[in-house]
Design a protein around this ligand. Structure first.
Ligand SMILES: [Zn+2]
Length: 315
């Protein structure tokens, strides 16, 4: 039948940042949705400060949801909140704070820690659904912070519809949050795969190649272009596998496998410091007994790990 080749839940559902659980009610957002939420004492807030999220530690699960009263201690930027959605009718918002987690570290109560998104994801401290909301809030807040001014007339615009829009008071132009598509792809040549490393990565880390999709380009075309440009490898078939919201700051990673039709690597030395073919056997050792090899692949939080792991174990 039509959907027989489709997995459900889809592979993306296993990935971190991909499983927000709030009911966004996007069709019901109005100009006063956020004000109504802010007036509701039941509303809960995720507090963002300089790339980190405040997390409360206590008897139960680590918890990033704060009451609006508790938010006050972190010097919130009122007017910059965004409405993520509702959890059983309780509004969940994201709020940026002026609190500086480094300079003001000694002001944090013992049971609260300010943790960066990447560490939260690697450590698996929060429920998967909460990580989806962290990604949603982080990306939306980053977009507002970097898109304050109207790109048409230059006047400062104002957030609207719970933070899913900005409207220019001068020319009425509406601006919508960005999601930047990035292809990340594992090129495969029979029993080996292509991994590379960027200059600034931790020593020894190798991963799938990646790059932004350009305007007017399909993701398949972007996969072929990026691998050709960075590694000089010609690609035939491209097979989509999974995608992952990536809040650094507002990307969507589109994970693919790419069929190599050539094998000689011509590396772009500006982009990469190394790029090599790795055998399935080597990759499996890196995944299962990393202490036995001199390279490592990205941690489970990254879609690159999912692609590499899926290919290496595929029978
Ligand atoms: Zn304008």
């Amino acid at each position: 039948m039509f959907f027989n080749q489709t997995e459900f839940p889809e592979p993306s559902a296993e990935l971190i940042f991909a499983n927000g659980n709030v009911d966004r009610q996007s069709e019901k957002r109005t100009s006063d949705s956020l004000a109504i939420a802010m007036a509701n004492p039941a509303t809960r807030a995720i507090i963002f400060a300089k790339g980190r999220v405040m997390v409360q530690f206590g008897d139960g699960e680590p918890d990033p949801l704060f009451s609006l009263d508790a938010v006050a201690a972190f010097n919130p930027r009122h007017g910059a909140e965004v409405l993520l959605g509702y959890e059983e009718d309780v509004p969940i918002i994201a709020i940026p704070a002026k609190f500086d987690p480094e300079a003001d570290a000694d002001k944090l109560p013992d049971n609260i820690k300010a943790i960066d998104y990447r560490s939260l994801a690697i450590q698996g401290l929060l429920q998967p659904a909460r990580m989806g909301e962290v990604a949603q809030g982080a990306s939306l807040l980053a977009w507002h912070a970097s898109h304050r001014f109207c790109s048409r007339c230059g006047r400062e615009s104002a957030p609207a519809d719970g933070g899913y829009k900005r409207i220019c008071p001068n020319c009425d132009t509406q601006h919508f949050p960005r999601t930047d598509p990035v292809v990340i792809m594992l090129a495969v040549d029979g029993d080996r795969c292509l991994l590379g490393r960027s200059h600034h990565w931790n020593e020894g880390m190798y991963s799938a190649l990646a790059g932004f999709v350009e305007p007017g380009e399909t993701f398949e075309a972007a996969v072929r272009r990026e691998i050709s440009e960075e590694a000089g490898i010609q690609i035939g078939k491209v097979q989509y596998r999974a995608n992952q919201p990536w809040p650094f700051p507002f990307s969507l990673m589109i994970g693919c496998f790419a069929e190599a039709r050539s094998s000689k690597i011509v590396m772009d030395e500006k982009e990469l410091s190394d790029c090599r073919w790795f055998s399935r056997k080597e990759v499996l050792v890196a995944l299962d007994r990393p202490e036995e090899v001199d390279f490592f692949v990205p941690p489970k939080m990254a879609i690159a790990h999912h692609l590499i792991n899926y290919w290496a174990r595929y029978k």
